[in-house]
Design a protein around this ligand. Structure first.
Ligand code: C2O
Length: 447
């Protein structure tokens, strides 16, 4: 038995009487309306901090590095070790690189809770392994610092990943980190994704398809693929930021979570912090304080200014005209434009996922003056290999459009939706644009 393995067994035995011992096996668990994570099974409490305010010597960075180093050692002696890094990586691949509808946690409303649980489990494992109850995973606030935190690089650094295609001085394009389209969403289904079923099209939330996908693919290498991403320790700082956006969005209005029990009671499976297989229900992860962590701050810096707003250039893909024509307005055959509306959601549909990641920007173009193009958002589509189950089909996009613009459409302004490809340095050129099938508007009247 290797030293590290003995260490981890010792650590587990030492904590068995307190923290880890409170876990029960999934078979003994029944859904309870409160929480299936016993309060005393959460070890410690930590405040997640901005990675750029920390250095290689800050306690949370040191502990993270040491935790990942030990987890990698565990996997070297036994790749199946549930506390090891290989299992942590494989777990993401299992639920994220799959075209199996029943497992896949992207492209819909399980995206945010599943990734919250994934980070929680890792944070707990490291706290226990190193007996550091206040350890918290640092997040990368790319709205303030568009470069990868420097302590993620360096030879012999367990937090490095040599497949990344960006170095410590490269900067994310400002529109890749523009959070307003997600933050102005009023509904969870629009912010975090819709319910997915075999009968329905899959619709990703604006947060997932916007900043989340954009940053993953910009980093490149393993981070740009569902099968590889779990192996890059930077994943945790990228997802810390996504999770923090969810917390910030929730804090604007406490009542925004879906009440649908198909969401709240949905079970996720994890090798839990004690190495046992655990069930974590969506409802368990709604409140981060119950998971033993919070964030040092919940604000974001606006990254777009008048000077750096994207401008429509070549490669236009005309997706269609926005109208309040009843045939065009989804689910409102008898839509009455004189009713006061509460929100309007633009959906745009595509036939299939591309076989390569695909970034595109969306603009609203005034029909009477095609030179006037208003930037709307930047989305990235990430592919999943596997044609057989249909996951590649009909993954659509949505964005809540600003009230002022909707008002103009109602008043008769003619506005077209135009897309534009964004090539990235070092990536294969986009051979053919993703086949979009058109746009729709979902106008919801004030009730
Ligand atoms: Cu499961 Cu950011 O990916």
């Amino acid at each position: 038995m290797s030293l590290s393995r003995r260490y981890i067994l010792g650590a587990l035995m030492a904590s068995a009487g307190t923290a880890a011992g409170a876990f029960s096996l999934p078979s003994q668990k029944k859904y309870t309306s409160i929480s299936s994570i016993p309060k005393n099974s959460v070890f410690g409490f930590g405040v997640r901090k901005d990675a750029h305010t920390l250095t290689a010597d800050s306690p949370d960075v040191r502990i993270y590095r040491e935790g990942v180093r030990r987890m990698k050692e565990l996997s070297e002696s036994n790749p199946l070790d549930p506390m090891g890094w290989a299992q942590h990586w494989a777990h993401h691949s299992l639920f994220c690189a799959t075209s199996d509808f029943d497992k896949q946690v992207h492209y819909g409303w399980y995206f945010l809770p599943w990734h919250r649980a994934y980070l929680f489990v890792l944070e707990q494992k490291i706290r226990r392994m190193l007996d550091e109850p206040t350890f918290a995973l640092p997040y990368w606030d790319w709205t303030r610092n568009p470069s990868i935190p420097p302590w993620y690089f360096g030879a012999d650094n367990p937090l490095n990943n040599t497949t990344r295609m960006q170095g410590p001085t490269d900067k994310l394009p400002s529109d890749f980190t523009h959070v307003s389209p997600a933050m102005r969403a009023q509904l969870f289904s629009q912010f975090g994704g819709r319910r997915r079923s075999h009968a329905l099209d899959q619709i990703e939330g604006t947060l997932e398809q916007g900043v989340h996908n954009c940053v993953h693919n910009w980093i490149g290498g393993e981070m740009a693929s569902f099968s590889g991403a779990g192996n890059d320790p930077l994943f945790q700082s990228q997802h810390g930021q996504i999770d923090r956006l969810w917390s910030a969005w929730t804090s604007q209005d406490g009542d925004r979570m879906p009440s649908d029990t198909r969401w709240r009671h949905y079970p996720f499976f994890f090798y839990g912090p004690s190495g046992e297989m655990e069930i974590i229900y969506v409802e368990d992860v709604i409140d981060t304080e119950k998971l033993g962590y919070s964030y040092d701050r919940l604000d974001f810096r606006p990254t777009l200014t008048a000077a750096n707003r994207p401008m429509l250039s070549g490669g236009r893909i005309d997706l269609g005209k926005l109208t309040t024509d009843p045939a065009f307005v989804a689910g409102r055959a008898n839509y009455d434009p004189s009713t006061e509306f509460q929100r309007a959601i633009l959906t745009y549909d595509r036939m299939t996922l591309p076989h390569q990641p695909y970034h595109h920007r969306l603009y609203f173009v005034e029909a009477d003056d095609p030179k006037v193009a208003h930037y709307v958002t930047t989305h990235t589509i990430l592919p999943i290999p596997g044609l057989e189950t249909g996951l590649e089909m009909n993954v659509n996009s949505q964005i809540e459009i600003p009230t002022s613009l909707m008002q103009r459409i109602i008043e008769g302004a003619t506005i077209r939706v135009v897309g534009e490809d964004i090539p990235l340095k070092g990536r294969p050129p986009i051979k053919s644009p993703v086949p979009f099938t058109g746009v729709g508007l979902n106008i919801q009247p004030r009730s």
